[in-house]
Design a protein around this ligand. Structure first.
Ligand SMILES: Cc1ncc(COP(=O)(O)O)c(C=O)c1O
Length: 468
């Protein structure tokens, strides 16, 4: 049976199903498979002909054993999982833009790369709940795309309820409408009068209440959930094979980075043998760049608000998963580093991390550089990119100029149509997207949460109200 252990190595190992339906491990770490498969180049070449759904069918049994889900059951769970994508036969369209390629990972129902993994996570969770006769409740605190992608992944589910909680004014109007125009009995959306950090407080308190978590079977759909990382590793494998079916060279993926979830998928793919080089690109919230380039793993004083707002984070919580792989799974080292960081707000990384990194580089891109990349690709290629993608594009173009031989793929994480104000500021026309335009004028379904109210009670009541 495939078991999952915590990056910090103290908590007991759990099954896939348990990891899927939980958040952090009890020791504060994050779950990962005890062992990862290693794929030969021949095996990978044989997979190059597969569709994304067929590749899931081939790779997922390495992460969840047949005792938990048989091949037939898996097939029926996966059947049609990408049916709401623009073109299920071309899941991640590739474009050539100047000296780089762009992989558009955002062609799912909400225009975000998160649709790729969440379209499958919702189905897997539903499958296990149906089998056990239980229900699960999810609380999502979002200041970007996770809310709408999570809602869409559970639409129609009889077993999963979702509470979405977003700080008013910190999400774009389109992102807000994508959440508030959904009318479904298992969805409740709250618009909160507060900052991202303030909006986090009630969720942290509730997550620490073991009794409440167990009574309502609270699960978590952000990239703390290991299934999102593994599914994204499959999607990066699919993308690599589309670019290089002969599996005979390295390809460099430049990835817009916030909480490091998406890039951890790349790291897992690389650890399983996919010949990738990875560039994690960040905005002014640059802890990832400082950590890997300067060995300065330290908290900044505050979050800087930038046009690539989904990447405006202080603590890239998936970093310990990357440390875990860089140390060849030495959880004692990961635990020491993370505990020291949590205690002191900083930690000097040991050589077991700094000297073993052969595949992950970083780049910091400021707001001026973001807009210059956005404008350049529009003026030279008539191609619009979202502000997050523009961060990776700036780094990708720089890298391509320095190393013309290198094959560079910029990962596009959202449709530019979601960010009309930023696009206008960059002087780039906003592309018309049917999915977005149809949102305007639809009735909204949201509850307002104001300053001075008991937010924790509102959140608890919302979960309880689904379960009366
Ligand atoms: C559009 C977009 N790009 C990039 C990111 C960063 O992804 P990650 O948090 O997995 O690093 C996000 C995450 O919210 C996002 O919504």
């Amino acid at each position: 049976m495939v078991l999952y252990k915590s990056t910090r190595g103290v908590s007991p190992s759990v099954s896939f199903q348990q990891a899927l339906l939980s958040g952090y491990a009890p020791d504060g770490g994050l779950y990962l498979p005890e062992t990862l498969p290693s794929f030969s180049r021949e095996e990978l070449r044989a997979w190059a002909k597969l569709s994304a759904q067929e590749l899931l069918q081939a790779m997922l049994p390495h992460f969840v054993s047949s005792d938990e889900i048989t091949a037939e059951e898996l097939q029926s769970v996966l059947d049609g999982c990408y049916s709401k994508f623009d073109d299920p036969d071309d899941l991640i369209p590739l474009k050539t833009v100047g000296s780089v390629k762009v992989a558009e990972m955002w062609h799912g129902p909400t225009g975000s790369f998160k649709d790729l993994a969440l379209s499958v996570v919702g189905r897997l969770v539903d499958y296990f709940l149906e089998k056990s006769g239980r229900k699960a409740n999810i609380i999502v605190r979002t200041s970007g795309d996770t809310g709408s992608a999570a809602i869409h992944s559970v639409l129609g589910s009889k077993h999963i309820n979702i509470v979405v909680w977003y700080p008013r004014g910190c999400v774009s109007l389109v992102q807000e409408l994508q959440m508030t125009t959904v009318d479904a009995p298992n969805v409740k959306v709250f618009s909160v009068e507060g900052t991202t950090d303030e909006a986090d407080v009630p969720l942290r308190k509730i997550s620490a209440d073991k009794e409440f978590v167990s009574k309502y079977n609270l699960a978590c759909f952000n990239s703390v959930n290991v299934s999102r990382i593994l599914l994204q590793a499959v999607h990066f494998t699919y993308l690599y094979l589309k670019i290089c079916p002969t599996v005979d060279r390295y390809v460099t993926f430049c990835v817009p980075t916030g909480g490091l979830g998406n890039i951890t998928g790349c790291v897992v793919a690389r650890t399983m043998g996919i010949p990738l080089q990875i560039v994690s690109t960040v905005n002014e919230n640059d802890i990832v760049d400082r950590t890997f380039r300067l060995n300065d793993f330290s908290l900044s004083d505050s979050v800087v608000h930038t046009p690539s707002s989904a990447m405006d984070i202080q603590i890239p919580y998936n970093i310990e998963r990357i440390f875990y792989y860089l140390t060849s799974q030495k959880s004692q080292i990961v635990r020491d580093v993370m505990e020291s960081f949590e205690r002191d707000g900083r930690c000097k990384l040991p050589e077991a991390i700094t000297k073993t990194n052969t595949y992950l580089q970083t780049a910091r891109v400021d707001t001026e550089e973001l807009f210059s990349a956005m404008k350049q690709v529009w003026q030279e290629n008539n191609y619009a990119i979202c502000p997050h993608t523009a961060v990776a594009m700036n780094a990708g173009l720089r890298l391509a100029a320095q190393n013309p031989e290198e094959e560079i793929v910029v990962i596009a994480t959202a449709t530019p149509a979601k960010f009309p104000q930023v696009m206008e500021r960059g002087g780039v026309p906003v592309p018309r997207v049917e999915q977005v335009e149809c949102l305007f004028g639809l009735p909204e379904h949201k509850e307002l949460v104001e300053k001075g109210e008991d937010w924790e009670k509102r959140m608890r009541d919302a979960v309880a109200s689904f379960n009366q």
